[in-house]
Design a binder for this molecule. Structure first.
Ligand SMILES: Cc1cc2nc3c(=O)[nH]c(=O)nc-3n(C[C@H](O)[C@H](O)[C@H](O)COP(=O)(O)OP(=O)(O)OC[C@H]3O[C@@H](n4cnc5c(N)ncnc54)[C@H](O)[C@@H]3O)c2cc1C
Length: 196
């Protein structure tokens, strides 16, 4: 809360793996937004923020759940999925849709996860506006074909987590159902209307 009593709030997902001593959130600045540019450009080490939560228990990958997981993130929607990638104990596939390489979050961490190539985590990017030089496909939105290439077989016992802008999440959840995934095993978190 500011000295004059003004307060603004936002919801931000935990992007670190479960650790007792450290909590990480990842914020993408939204043009003309109120909270996110403040967190990205104004807050400095030592500033105090109030934290409420954590809230929600639906988009959570529980340690006791043995099923392989398909994680699908759009934009900053990759933040809570990164927490699952970092904690991954079972097979995990991450499909990440970003506008461009410079907009993509966690590039170094995901390169490390991919390079480890121990069968634990597979990472695939889709670029919607600008693809990096030499990228095998032109920029495009995530579609059924890209999804089917990454998704586990429809008869496998898996769970999918879809996070990102509302339109992205709705589209991807519909596509997953179209390619045969049971809606009961699709968990979604909608971050709001922005997207690209
Ligand atoms: C469960 C949950 C988890 C989330 N986790 C994350 C996360 O981990 N990382 C992350 O970056 N984000 C996350 N978000 C999104 C985040 O909460 C905010 O929505 C986002 O940061 C934008 O907030 P803001 O205050 O900066 O923008 P806002 O002020 O809310 O503005 C958002 C957009 O609306 C436009 N706008 C605002 N007011 C008006 C108006 N009066 N007229 C027209 N347009 C207007 C702005 O121009 C801007 O483009 C999450 C959301 C949810 C619900």
């Amino acid at each position: 809360m500011a000295a004059d009593g003004y307060a603004a709030y936002g919801s931000y997902s935990i992007s670190s793996a479960p650790e007792p001593a450290r909590l990480e959130v990842t914020v993408q600045a939204v043009t003309h937004g109120e909270v996110s540019p403040y967190l990205v450009d104004v807050v400095e080490p030592g500033d105090q923020l109030e934290i409420r939560g954590s809230l929600g228990g639906w988009v959570v990958r529980r340690p006791g759940d043995p099923r392989p997981a398909l994680l699908i993130g759009g934009g900053s929607g990759v933040a809570p999925l990164m927490s699952m990638v970092r904690a991954a104990m079972k097979p995990t596939r991450l499909l990440y849709s970003a506008r461009s390489l410079s907009d993509a979050l966690f590039t170094a961490d995901l390169t490390t996860a991919r390079a480890a190539d121990d069968g634990r985590v597979a990472v695939t990017h889709v670029y919607t506006r600008v693809a990096p030089p030499g990228w095998p496909t032109p920029p495009r939105r995530l579609d059924a074909e890209a999804l089917a290439r990454v998704a586990w077989p429809r008869d496998a016992d898996t769970v999918a987590f879809v996070c990102g802008p509302t339109g992205f999440v709705d589209t991807v959840a519909d596509l997953l159902v179209d390619i045969g995934h049971d809606p009961v095993n699709i968990r979604t978190a909608r971050f709001g209307p922005t997207g690209g």
